[in-house]
Write a protein that binds this ligand. Structure first.
Ligand code: PMP
Ligand code: GLN
Length: 388
């Protein structure tokens, strides 16, 4: 008898868990996992407390999500993107974006189908595709600009391509895909009749003049896109694991069928609080962006005296740094050096690549800046040591 199943044979411990353990062991400032070290807004937490004590939200929520959260998701999509979403049939609340992507893959992709994955990819995408008995087809972004080669993307489409997994703003590169790039992807998906699963969890984490464009808003795309997002990033509430998928009801039907038997329903009181949070005024979202813009400035200030090279991200709370000037070795070796000798943890991005393309990311590591300002200032003091 083989234990565990072949399906999960290639799944190792996630890099986030591995690095958290190491960072703790060496008392390093942890810029690894994208986990804020500050709290969710007090009024949002207050809504959860109220819901917990109201006496009516402590049992199963409706499977597809509470009416209030589904309406809030639809209203948010109308307010920010001018999208017309049916709260009843076009929204499913999931256990984070992680379950959103899994339920979308399980509900929309058949065994044997191909799914195009843009590298570097969020680490759960490929296991999701494998668990659906489908096949990932990899197309890399090329550093230092982290852009697609149009010919490589075109060549990845085949008669078996069923879906393309997109992530914008993009973890870990910090890219926000432009209208031109998204139009090129959209045209290929329309030509080959492919569904897009668009992971937009960093939709509100934008810098400078960057604008987030949901691919569902491009001509001909609404009927072939499911959009996934989450409360984790926008409300510093990664521990709540409340996410959602929205789109055309015909596509959402597949996602809903899978979701019923993956989790059935999501934490009920948290849905009340997230419904409230999504409806916060524009000033909340503006202050949120200003807070992160200041954190980005603290990190780039630290990087400027470190010898690490970087491209300023347009979105997300990640920066990819190139360490070639200060260290020779693989990203994993650099990560060990940074944690043990310098006292700062980062994420080596090898886990975001297939074997065939992992060489592309040689010389790079990911730093996350969803951290207290004091932590980011201390990082500067430590990173200076890289130069010596
Ligand atoms: N997608 C991307 C691109 C992410 O970076 C993350 C995690 N931070 C997720 C999905 C998972 O989101 P959640 O915690 O809501 O499951
Ligand atoms: N999304 C976060 C990151 O990329 C963490 C996710 C996780 O720990 N699975 O760092």
């Amino acid at each position: 008898m083989s234990i565990p199943a072949r399906r999960v044979e290639t799944f190792g411990t996630t890099i986030f868990t591995e690095i958290n353990n190491l960072a703790q062991q060496y008392n390093a400032l942890n810029l690894g996992q994208g986990k804020p070290d500050f709290d969710a807004p007090g009024d949002v937490v207050g809504e959860m407390v109220k819901a917990l004590q109201a006496g009516k939200y402590n049992q199963y929520a409706p499977g597809p999500g509470t009416p209030s959260l589904r309406k809030a998701v639809a209203d948010h999509a109308a307010r920010f993107y001018n999208l017309d979403i049916d709260p009843a049939r076009g929204v499913i609340v999931t256990a984070g974006a992680t379950e959103g992507v899994l339920s979308a893959v399980l509900g929309l992709v058949d065994p044997g189908d191909e799914v195009i994955v843009i590298e570097p990819f969020y680490d759960s995408y490929v296991p999701d595709i494998i668990m659906a008995n489908a096949r990932p087809v990899y197309v890399p972004l090329h550093p230092p600009t982290w852009t697609l080669d149009p010919d490589e993307l075109r060549a990845a489409f085949s008669p078996r391509t069923r879906a393309l997994l997109l992530n914008t703003p993009h973890n870990p590169s910090g890219r926000v895909f432009s209208r031109e790039e998204l139009t090129f992807i959209a045209e290929l998906c329309i030509e080959h009749d492919v569904t897009v699963i668009s992971d937009e969890v960093y939709e509100h984490l934008l810098f400078g003049s960057a604008q987030h464009i949901p691919i569902a808003t491009l001509p001909g795309m609404f009927e072939r896109t499911v959009t996934v997002s989450s409360s984790g990033k926008s409300f510093n509430a990664t521990g709540w694991k409340v996410g959602w998928v929205y789109g055309h009801p015909d596509l959402l039907e597949g996602v809903a069928r899978a979701h019923q038997f993956v989790t059935f329903a999501v934490h009920h009181p948290a849905q009340e609080a997230v419904a409230y949070a999504l409806g916060l005024p524009d000033s909340y979202y503006q202050e949120f962006q200003a807070m992160y813009q200041a954190k980005l400035a603290l990190l780039t200030d630290a990087l400027d005296s470190s010898g690490l090279q970087y491209r300023v991200p347009e979105g997300t709370y990640f920066v990819m740094v190139n360490y070639a000037r200060v260290f020779e070795g693989t990203p994993l070796e650099f990560t060990h050096h940074l944690i043990k000798e310098i006292g700062v943890a980062c994420i080596p991005p090898e886990s975001f690549y297939s074997q065939e393309h992992v060489a592309i990311v040689q010389g790079y590591a990911r730093l996350s800046f969803c951290k207290n300002d004091d932590t980011l200032r201390q990082v500067k003091e430590r990173l200076v040591k890289l130069q010596r």
